[in-house]
Every structure is written in structure tokens, then in C-alpha cells.
Design a protein around this ligand. Structure first.
Ligand SMILES: [Zn+2]
Length: 216
């Protein structure tokens, strides 16, 4: 009986060791891994809710684990040539508005808009500060045109929520919101955020550290 207990302890410690070795908190540049993804970091411009340029560059980094899921999602979307009565000769693709966000930027945002429904309190940190979240929409890869969604990015209103009533949206907006949710959660295995249709994150976010460096 004692031996079995020891074997069990050795086995579980080997497993823990293996797990910690394979789980990487490394951030990777998405565009290098997915060349046809569109990156438009709103916080690298002044065209955002805070009306300030908060990032030094338009380069988007995320955790390797999240990047792997985005590769799979993009591949699946690229193959879709027909959706909701429209044809997409080059398929559908992702457009990224935000990924990794330095924690110092989180402090700036929260100072300007201290509403934790839309801007996470920097004391506990945002999933974006871990590189484990993305804000995104869908585009037609033929012309780069964005899908018609219930709101634009960082529209901090009730209409941005996943449970905003469908009868207050156009049929197309409702279909598109449901579609992006299905793709990101069911194909990608990511968690949604109920208040923002554009935000998706790793389920195990808390396993990764809060970071604070600017991408140059
Ligand atoms: Zn977000």
C-alpha cells in the first residue's frame, strides 16, 4: 500500500513537472504566425475611446497558447466561402483591435474611465495584461470589409453585450454576433466576456503573469 502511495506521488510530480515545462508564458507576434490576419491596434492610434495613443507600435503580441487557437480559428474561417446569404471568394478572416496590453496602460485607462464593467481595475489587472485576451471582429478577406456588428469597438454601452435583445438589432447584426461567438468559443475553445461581443480570452488566464512592457 505504501509503495502504491509513493508511485502515485512520483507520477503526479512528474506530471506537474511536465505541465510546467510545456506551458509557456512567452508572448509571440501574431502577424508572424498568421500572415493574412489584419492587425489594427486602436490604442496605437488616437482613434479610440481614450483619444490617446497608448501603444508605441501596431505590433500585436499574445500568449503562445492563445496564438495557437487563433491560427486554428483563422484557418477555419478562411475556408468559409459562404455565410448568411453572402459569398466570400477568399474566405472570412479575423481583424485584431487589441491583444497584449501593458499594465501601465491599464492604469491610464482606468484613470480616464473607472468603470470596471468595461475597463478592468489595474490593481487586479486585465486579461489583456497577461497576453491572454484579444479584441476582434470578422472581415471579408476579399476586400477587408468588416462584418456589420451590433456596435463598433469600445462602444461602452448595453448594445455591446451578448444578451442585448435581438429585436433591437438588425437581423444581420444579430447573426454576426452569434457567429463570432460560436467561432471563438466552440471552434477556438475561448471564454467570452458577456459585456463585450469583441472580447475573448483563454480559460486559464490566471495561470499567466501580469506584464508591463511596451512593444516597440
Ligand atoms: Zn478586451
Amino acid at each position: 500500500m505504501k509503495n502504491i502511495k509513493y508511485i502515485f506521488i512520483i507520477f503526479t510530480s512528474l506530471l506537474t513537472n511536465f505541465y510546467s515545462q510545456t506551458k509557456s508564458s512567452e508572448l509571440v507576434p501574431i502577424k508572424d504566425l498568421i500572415p493574412n490576419i489584419i492587425i489594427e491596434l486602436k490604442y496605437a492610434t488616437t482613434d479610440n475611446f481614450f483619444e490617446q495613443k497608448l501603444y508605441a507600435s501596431n505590433e500585436c503580441y499574445v500568449l503562445k497558447e492563445l496564438a495557437d487557437k487563433l491560427i486554428f480559428i483563422q484557418d477555419s474561417l478562411n475556408k468559409l466561402k459562404f455565410f448568411n446569404g453572402k459569398s466570400f471568394p477568399k474566405g472570412i478572416g479575423l481583424k485584431i483591435w487589441d491583444g497584449y496590453r501593458p499594465r501601465s496602460v491599464q492604469y491610464t485607462m482606468f484613470e480616464i474611465f473607472p468603470d470596471p464593467t468595461f475597463v478592468a481595475d489595474p490593481k487586479s489587472g486585465s486579461t489583456h495584461n497577461r497576453g491572454g485576451a484579444v479584441d476582434l471582429t470578422l472581415v471579408d478577406l476579399n476586400n477587408g470589409e468588416e462584418f456589420n456588428m451590433p456596435t463598433g469597438f469600445d462602444d461602452f454601452s448595453d448594445a455591446a453585450a451578448h444578451d442585448y435583445p435581438s429585436d433591437l438589432l438588425t437581423y444581420e447584426q444579430f447573426q454576426n454576433r452569434e457567429f463570432i461567438k460560436k467561432i471563438m468559443t466552440e471552434v477556438g475553445g475561448l471564454d467570452l466576456y458577456s459585456a463585450e461581443w469583441w472580447h475573448y480570452q483563454l480559460k486559464n488566464n490566471k495561470d499567466f503573469p501580469l506584464l508591463d512592457f511596451q512593444v516597440k
